[in-house]
Ligand binder design. Structure first.
Ligand code: HEM
Length: 366
């Protein structure tokens, strides 16, 4: 069968040698991105820390923004918590929660939420609206109800948070201010959300508590973006396309994490270029995932594409939650593929320097 081309998202740079931009470097080739990620002389920009229980404290305590001497021990806390979670069980739990949510929306469980949505579209107000499972049933918005909610709620329950549903808006608020450059109002909301998450977290030493919350925050936007991309590109795909293959190609061609940052610790050389001490580097996964040196016919969606994607990073700071992310996304996407079809409405994205997550994405019930 012939598979479609998926063009790069807007502002994806072409793949080429490291390019100087604004006093730093943009790195786009697969081999150069891997070289930086696996070279300890390039470090993650470190977060300074702040008063206990605040966003600044969280950022200063999680492995993600830790200096090289603190990173391994803190990463081990997150890895240990993840080791207790079985990806198959996560996938099943995500599928169940997705099914239940769709049942509520279609009225298949007797709930009237979907019926109200259809009346609003012009059905006779006096008409009795039963369960909506036929082709004329309502649309659903996937991002808020499922993609942003299900993975975090499932993970929060397994990580022992007392109120997994309440964790979802709190994690979303923290994620919105997690990366540098958030505005003061978002930071204030995130401060309150960190306090709320600590209050529903199991008792633990501060570093363990922070890195448990860190897992949820790292999971939130990226997994939502992956689900959004899979729905956008894969809802109409033939059923013979396995969901694992769909997710793998979507991660490559429309990565929810488009880039990450490093800083050079000395005068270094990368692909023949002199990189000055303290130079910031932006490593573009979106460009490297289309590197023709690794991916023949790079823009074509090809299940089982050799070479894979760099979207989970690489090296000692690569994503420790890859299997969990894929399992959670697969649970949601499998149910959506079985029960929904594309609505054909345009997809918009929240502006962000490194993430690509739809703001809303509609589907129709089959
Ligand atoms: C599609 C979903 C996801 C993507 C694309 C993704 C991608 C990434 C990437 C690229 C990094 C490394 C950043 C860097 O090196 O600068 C990272 C780190 C991390 N991710 Fe993920 N991630 C996803 C989901 C998850 C999930 C579900 C979890 C937890 C269950 C998780 C936990 C983490 C943690 C804790 C780190 C920091 C690791 C460290 O400090 O060494 N991620 N992720």
């Amino acid at each position: 069968m012939s598979w479609p081309m998926i063009p790069p998202a807007p502002d994806t740079p072409p793949c080429g040698p490291p390019a100087p931009v604004d006093g730093g470097w943009v790195v786009t080739r697969h081999a150069d991105v891997v070289a930086v990620l696996t070279d300890p002389r390039y470090v993650v920009p470190v977060a300074p820390g702040g008063p206990p229980g605040t966003l600044a404290w969280l950022r200063g305590t999680v492995s993600r923004f830790s200096a090289p001497d603190r990173h391994p021990g803190r990463r081990a806390l997150g890895v240990a918590a993840l080791r207790d979670l079985d990806p198959d069980e996560l996938r099943d739990a995500a599928a169940r929660l997705t099914d239940e949510t769709l049942d509520r929306l279609t009225g298949a469980d007797g709930d009237r939420e979907a019926a109200t949505a259809v009346r609003g579209r012009g059905a006779d107000p006096g008409e009795s609206v039963g369960p909506l499972t036929g082709p004329a049933a309502a649309r659903a918005e996937v991002m808020g109800r499922l993609a942003r909610r299900v993975p975090v709620e499932v993970l929060a329950a397994r990580l022992g948070l007392a109120d997994p549903a309440a964790a979802v808006p709190a994690v979303t608020a923290v994620a919105a201010a997690y990366h540098p450059g958030a505005d003061p109002a978002a930071v204030a909301r995130a401060d309150r959300a960190v306090a709320a998450l600590l209050a529903i977290s199991p008792p633990a030493p501060a570093e363990a508590a922070a890195n448990r919350i860190g897992l949820l925050v790292q999971a939130a936007d990226a997994t939502a973006g992956l689900i959004g991309a899979a729905v956008r590109h894969g809802l109409a795909a033939p059923a013979a396309l396995g969901t694992a293959d769909l997710l793998a190609e979507v991660l490559r061609l429309d990565p929810p994490v488009r880039a990450t940052r490093r800083v050079a610790t000395g005068a270094l050389r990368l692909a023949g270029r002199a990189i000055g001490p303290d130079a910031p580097l932006l490593l573009r996964f979106d460009a490297a995932n289309r590197d023709p040196a690794v991916h023949p016919d790079p823009d074509r969606f090809r299940p089982g594409h050799p070479g894979g994607a760099l979207t989970f990073g690489a090296g000692p700071r690569g994503c420790p939650g890859e299997r969990h992310a894929l399992a959670l996304a697969a649970g949601v996407v499998e149910v959506l593929r079985a029960r929904c079809r594309p609505a054909g409405t345009p997809v918009r994205y929240a502006p962000h320097p490194t993430l690509r997550v739809p703001t809303s994405l509609e589907v129709m019930f089959r």
